[in-house]
Design a protein around this ligand. Structure first.
Ligand code: 5GP
Ligand code: 5GP
Length: 207
């Protein structure tokens, strides 16, 4: 890890299943949308498994630059905690400032991530394979990977926490074309996952 920019090789496009966390915590900012993943971030990576971060400390996050995107960001990129702006600021500063050769402005970074999110609908891909949130069913991680493969032709990394699905990572090249992630870059190995339904209480009404 280094706080400098020597270019990068590809992106990790990371979405989270808020149901795992939000079935146990309040998540006041996450709309209950049924089975719907939310954005975590788009992270520049090196082929060796490391990554650059905090590449331009002078390019501060500025919410005014993304006014036109805020409605969609609140809906699609909420935090499971309590401050949208802190989460977006963190993602921009840590990862976005390392991607300036692909996205020269904060606005283009956020706008393109929203576009990618619409394009690669993870819940739709899992749903087509009969993989849906359930308090009971234990899914094989392999089947989750295959569901994404069948929908989009590439193998993602599936992350879990405490036996529950936490995130799905897609690998994208610098032209934003998906490719198979290198399974050796998997950071938390889970053979089986539950996909807990989103809690019924505490959450704002779905949009
Ligand atoms: P965790 O250890 O929870 O997977 O990751 C902690 C943080 O490290 C993430 O939120 C992300 O900012 C960063 N991180 C972890 N793995 C990767 C990776 O493969 N690529 C990049 N760019 N960042 C990562
Ligand atoms: P990595 O460092 O870039 O992505 O981002 C993880 C950081 O963002 C953590 O410090 C975490 O506290 C913060 N964060 C804020 N909201 C969320 C959220 O909804 N999900 C995750 N994974 N991290 C969040």
């Amino acid at each position: 890890l280094q706080d400098e920019d020597r270019g990068f090789d590809y992106f990790m496009f990371v979405r989270q299943w808020p149901g795992s966390f939000c079935s146990k915590h309040a998540c006041p900012l996450v709309y209950n949308r049924g089975f719907h993943f939310t954005i975590h971030g788009l992270w520049p990576n090196y082929n060796d498994g490391t990554w650059p971060q905090f590449c331009n400390k002078d390019y501060d996050f500025d919410e005014d630059q993304i006014r036109d995107l805020l409605d969609e960001l609140r809906s699609e990129w909420p935090t499971v905690y309590d401050s949208y702006e802190e989460f977006w600021d963190h993602e921009w500063s840590k990862h976005g400032t390392c991607a300036l050769d692909v996205f020269p402005t904060e606005h283009s970074y956020f706008k393109n991530i929203l576009k990618l999110h619409r394009r690669y609908d993870l819940a739709a891909a899992l749903g087509q394979a009969g993989i849906l949130p359930s308090t009971e069913t234990v899914y094989r991680t392999k089947d989750v990977v295959n569901a994404i493969y069948n929908a989009y032709g590439v193998r993602p990394l599936v992350h879990c926490y405490d036996g529950e699905l936490s995130e799905i990572w897609l690998c994208l090249d610098k032209k934003l074309r998906p490719f198979d992630c290198d399974a050796s870059h998997e950071r938390n190995d889970c053979q089986k996952v539950k996909i807990p339904p989103f809690g019924k209480t505490h959450h704002p009404e779905g949009q």
